[in-house]
Write a protein that binds this ligand. Structure first.
Ligand SMILES: *Cc1c(COP(=O)(O)O)cnc(C)c1O
Length: 501
């Protein structure tokens, strides 16, 4: 019995010993960092990538091979195989983390995907301004210090009809600085139905608290009457605030007080009225089959004292918060020290100026500002794009997926027009050999990520938000994801934003 045990122990030990030697041999064969660097591959990498990145990639790959060997695997550790891994790692570490992608969700103002994409002229004005000195805060006529906001004030006044305008980082900042300027330590009356949360972090009651203003809720969730506002007025009332419901609607028995009526109350008691519009639509989209959003001009015409809206929602420009209204009030904001902390940079100012200037010609704005174009694009044109994607795909992926063009609905997004479904066309892809979730994941993780939505057992590629210039890349991405064409690892130079027909 005892003898047998010893024998067994011996045998185990020798197996371990044999394996151990193999591991040692393999480890000895692993190239050193220096060998990798000095190889012909190494020289190539150093010529095109940062030394730090190359070193990091080499160390990472050698380390992971060492671990594989120690775990008992026998990975290919030829210099060619190792170099391939290093090359992939170098490329990965050299790529930007913030990357362009293809939005196939159909959501035009997709907050997670960067909201509005800029028009070609906005990009151009931004690039020129970024790369040269400018009169950002310099008055060319006097040769003295100028104001950052005066470059953009006139065009906003002209387009909106407002007496004055100022611009900050985003609309959340716009609301905050208005509350801080007009209502710190005093009461602001808001309807319960308008205490919205937008994008998970902008919540009216919290912004109110942060500004030091005191929220005075009136009415109920579905109905707020004129008298509710009137009864809430007191000596400490600083502001009547109306907030656009943006991303939700109450349907059924509802009542809200239009800003015109609030104006009457405000005038009577000498209290300013503010309207936080959120989206900031500058064109009456009803004419183009998109009802539901009041325009900035309409609200300014009611006489509202202060109106705030976003730069990157329906306006179709860069992230910004635009404040327009009565000169006396805007001047007060100009004197608030918070403005310095919320000021917009020159690139935003440039792209915003160019975007606003496009509105001087409404038809041109609709054609050239991507958010507006996608929102108002005739469904026949979307169908055509879907058919084109379908035709190219069908050639590439037959045998790996079933595909067809299907009608569907897209959404405006960005807290705009939540109740409106825009008829659209999508390319439906049902993979034969992998699950639809797997396809969605592979597309998301591809060299150009494609973000699409799953409906039932199909992946829907909504042609509304796919730019014409992206179609070829999109098709290549889908066939790669289905395992049909080998990803060569090159990052395509797609010009996502500037795509023209
Ligand atoms: C979107 C929105 C905001 C926040 O605007 P940002 O530009 O995202 O900061 C504030 N109020 C309303 C009503 C909105 O719709």
């Amino acid at each position: 019995m005892a003898r047998l045990q010893v024998l067994n122990l011996d045998r185990d030990a020798s197996v371990v010993l044999q394996k151990h030697m193999t591991i040692q041999q393999q480890l000895a064969q692993l190239p050193s960092v220096d060998e990798c660097l000095k190889s012909s591959y190494g020289k190539k990498w150093l010529a095109s990538y940062a030394r730090k990145t190359v070193l990091r990639a080499i160390r990472e790959v050698i380390d992971s091979k060492r671990k594989e060997i120690l775990n008992g695997a026998a990975p290919d550790i030829s210099i060619d195989a190792i170099s391939r891994c290093i090359e992939t790692a170098v490329k990965k570490h050299s790529a930007y983390k913030l990357r362009p992608l293809i939005n196939a969700t159909g959501v035009v103002i997709h907050t997670n995907l960067g909201r509005s994409i800029l028009s070609a002229v906005a990009i151009e004005h931004m690039m020129v301004t970024a790369g040269s000195y400018s009169n950002l805060e310099y008055d060319l006529s006097t040769g003295k210090r100028g104001r950052r906001y005066s470059n953009i004030r006139d065009i906003i006044k002209e387009l909106t009809g407002a007496e004055d305008a100022v611009v900050v980082n985003n609309n959340a900042a716009a609301v905050l600085i208005c509350l801080d300027t007009f209502a710190k330590g005093r009461e602001v009356i808001v309807s319960r139905g308008e205490l919205v949360e937008i994008g998970g972090s902008f919540r009216i009651p919290e912004v109110m608290k942060a500004s030091g203003a005191i929220l005075r809720e009136v009415g109920t969730t579905n109905k707020t009457h004129f008298a509710d506002y009137e009864n809430a007025l007191c000596g400490n009332t600083a502001l009547l605030l109306k907030v656009h419901q943006s991303n939700y609607r109450v349907i059924g028995f509802t009542e809200e007080v239009p800003v015109e009526k609030l104006m009457k109350l405000g005038r009577e008691y000498g209290i300013p009225v503010m309207d936080d519009l959120g989206s900031g639509c500058m064109i009456d989209l009803k004419k183009y089959g998109v009802p539901g959003e009041p325009t900035v001009q309409e609200v300014v015409r009611t006489g509202a004292d202060v109106v705030t809206f976003s730069g990157d929602k329906l306006l179709g420009g860069p992230q910004a918060g635009i404040i327009v209204g009565k000169e006396k009030l805007i001047q007060k904001i100009q004197k608030n020290p918070l403005l310095r902390a919320m000021r917009i940079d020159k690139m935003t100012l440039a792209s915003l100026e160019a975007t606003f200037m496009q509105y001087l010609d409404e038809e041109k704005a609709l054609r050239e500002i991507p958010a507006l174009r996608m929102m108002t694009e005739p469904v026949e044109i979307i169908r055509k794009r879907a058919k084109k994607i379908y035709a190219l795909l069908k050639k590439d992926i037959s045998g790996a997926a079933q595909t067809e063009v299907v009608p569907d609905q897209s959404q405006a997004g960005g807290g705009s027009l939540p109740e409106i479904n825009f008829p659209t066309f999508a390319v439906s892809v049902k993979p034969d050999n992998i699950s639809v979730n797997e396809l969605e994941k592979r597309l998301r993780l591809g060299d150009i990520p494609v973000i699409a939505r799953i409906k039932g057992n199909a992946l829907l590629i909504d042609a509304r938000t796919v730019q014409d210039g992206e179609v070829k890349d999109l098709v290549r991405c889908v066939s790669t994801a289905l395992g049909l064409s080998r990803d060569d690892g090159t990052i395509s130079n797609i010009k996502i934003i500037n795509a023209k027909n």
